[in-house]
Design a protein around this ligand. Structure first.
Ligand SMILES: [Fe+2]
Ligand SMILES: [Fe+2]
Ligand SMILES: [Fe+2]
Length: 416
C-alpha cells in the first residue's frame, strides 16, 4: 500500500527543483494555507484540500521562466499556469476538487467581486491559496524569515481588500505572532513534518489505483513539452508487454507498468528550456539532463511501499557492463524489471515520432539494439524477446501513444 499524499508530495518536490530560486515554494504555500485555514476554523476536509492544493498549485507552470516570473508579488498574466494546472489534474477523480481550487488561485479578491471570475464561481479555498502564495513570494532568501515579518505583514495589509479577502488577512495577523510558524517555514524541507497532520482522502493505494495516479503523473511529466508528450506512456506500455513476454507474474508486470509511467519523474527538475533546446546541449546543460534518473531515485525513495517500482524506474540508464549512470551498476546488480525498462526506454525513444523527426524503421532499431546487446550494454535476452515479438510490442506502443497524443493535442489546444 502506498500513500497518495506521500506520492503527491514527491511530484511537488520534483517540480520545485527546477530552480533553486523556487526554494520549496509549493510546500511553503501548503504550510501557510494549512495554518491560515486553522486560524479560520476550516473543517478537516477543507484543511486537507487547501494543503494538497498548495502542494500542487504551480504544477502548471511548465517552463522555469514562468515559474520564476510568478514569484513577483504583482505577477503579470498569472492565470495561465493556474489554468494549465487545472487542466492537468482535473480528470483524476481524487484531484477534481484540488484542480478547481488551483484554477483560480491568482484571482484577486477585488472587494468581493473576486468570488466570480470569467463567469465561474471562485472557491474560498482559491482565495486562501492566493493569500498564502503571495505571503510566500514576499519571503526573501537573504535573511532569516523571522526578521522579515513586519515587512511582509505591511505589504499584505496594504493590499487587503483589493487582492485578498480581509477576513483572511486578519487570520494572518493572528498567525504572524506565532514564532513556530516562521521557524517551520524556514525549515520546510528538513523540519517538523506537518504533512503527518494531513489526511488526504485517507487513501492508501493498491496496485491498480497506483497505476491510475502514476498515469496522471506521466501526463504531468510528459506534457511539459511537445517533444516528450507521449514518451512515458510508450515506455510504460512497452515495458509491461516485454515483462509479460518474459513470463513475469501479473503483479510484477503491473509494477513495471507503473514504473514506466514515472521513470522520468526526475525530468521535472530539468527546465523546459533545456528539454526543448534546438541546438546541442552545453556540457553544463547535459549534466543537468543526466541527473534526472538520480532524482527519480531519490524522489521515489521517499515513498514507502514503492521500493520495487523505484528499482525498475530509476535504473533505466544503467548499462550491464557498468558504463551507465548514475550508480554504475552491473548486470548482476540490476533486476529483470530494470533491464526491461532500459530496453523499453531505448526502443521507445528510437521508434516514436518526435516533432522534429520521424521514428526509426524496424531494421535500424533492431540493428542498434542488437549491437548494444552484443556490447554488453543491455540484456540480450530481453532484446531477443522484443525482436521475436516486434510486431506485437510495436502495436502496443503505437496504440498507447496514439491515445496519449490525442489527449496531448486536446490539452495543447487549450493552452493558447
Ligand atoms: Fe501560482
Ligand atoms: Fe505559487
Ligand atoms: Fe530517462
Amino acid at each position: 500500500m502506498v500513500s497518495l499524499l506521500e506520492l503527491t508530495l514527491q511530484l511537488s518536490r520534483a517540480s520545485d527543483m527546477v530552480s533553486p530560486e523556487l526554494n520549496n515554494h509549493q510546500r511553503q504555500v501548503a504550510y501557510i494555507a494549512y495554518n491560515l485555514g486553522e486560524e479560520l476554523n476550516f473543517d478537516k476536509k477543507k484543511l486537507n484540500e487547501v494543503s494538497v492544493a498548495g502542494i500542487l498549485h504551480d504544477v502548471g507552470g511548465l517552463s522555469m521562466q514562468e515559474r520564476i516570473s510568478v514569484l513577483k508579488f504583482e505577477a503579470i498574466n498569472p492565470h495561465k499556469h493556474a489554468r494549465i494546472g487545472w487542466l492537468l489534474l482535473k480528470d483524476y477523480r481524487e484531484f477534481a476538487e484540488i484542480a478547481r481550487i488551483i484554477k483560480f488561485h491568482h484571482v484577486d479578491w477585488d472587494y468581493g467581486a473576486g468570488l466570480r471570475y470569467e463567469g465561474e464561481v471562485v472557491m474560498q479555498e482559491s482565495h486562501l491559496i492566493h493569500l498564502a502564495d503571495r505571503i510566500a513570494t514576499l519571503i526573501s532568501h537573504e535573511d532569516k524569515i523571522i526578521n522579515q515579518v513586519d515587512r511582509i505583514i505591511k505589504k499584505i495589509k496594504s493590499t487587503s481588500g483589493r487582492k485578498f479577502n480581509p477576513e483572511y488577512v486578519q487570520a494572518f495577523e493572528q498567525l504572524k505572532d506565532k514564532e513556530f510558524f516562521w521557524y517551520d517555514l524556514e525549515s520546510i524541507s528538513s523540519g517538523r513534518n506537518f504533512y503527518k497532520k494531513i489526511k488526504f482522502k485517507d487513501q492508501n493505494l493498491d496496485i491498480d489505483e497506483l497505476i491510475g495516479i502514476t498515469k496522471l503523473f506521466a501526463r504531468v511529466i510528459d506534457f511539459r513539452s511537445n517533444f516528450t508528450a507521449v514518451h512515458s506512456e510508450g515506455v510504460s506500455a512497452v515495458a509491461k508487454r516485454l515483462a509479460q513476454h518474459q513470463g513475469c507474474d501479473e503483479l510484477t508486470c503491473k509494477k513495471i507498468q507503473a514504473a514506466g509511467y514515472v521513470h522520468d519523474i526526475g525530468k521535472l527538475t530539468v527546465s523546459k528550456e533545456i528539454l526543448e533546446k534546438p541546438a546541442a546541449l552545453t556540457k553544463a546543460e547535459f549534466s543537468i539532463m543526466k541527473e534526472h534518473t538520480y532524482h527519480t531515485y531519490v524522489l521515489l525513495c521517499q515513498v514507502k511501499g514503492l521500493e520495487e517500482i523505484n528499482e525498475y524506474a530509476s535504473m533505466h540508464h544503467e548499462r550491464l557492463d557498468g558504463s551507465g549512470y548514475p550508480f554504475k551498476l552491473k548486470r548482476e546488480e540490476l533486476s529483470l524489471g530494470a533491464r526491461i525498462m532500459a530496453v523499453a526506454d531505448i526502443f521507445t525513444a528510437l521508434s516514436e515520432n518526435r516533432p522534429y523527426r520521424k521514428g526509426m524503421k524496424k531494421e535500424e532499431v533492431v540493428e542498434i539494439l542488437e549491437r548494444m546487446a552484443a556490447d554488453n550494454k543491455i540484456d540480450a535476452e530481453v532484446v531477443k524477446t522484443l525482436i521475436n515479438n516486434y510486431h506485437d510490442v510495436t502495436e502496443i506502443r503505437i496504440k498507447s501513444q496514439k491515445k496519449a497524443r490525442i489527449r496531448y493535442n486536446d490539452f495543447a489546444k487549450l493552452l493558447v
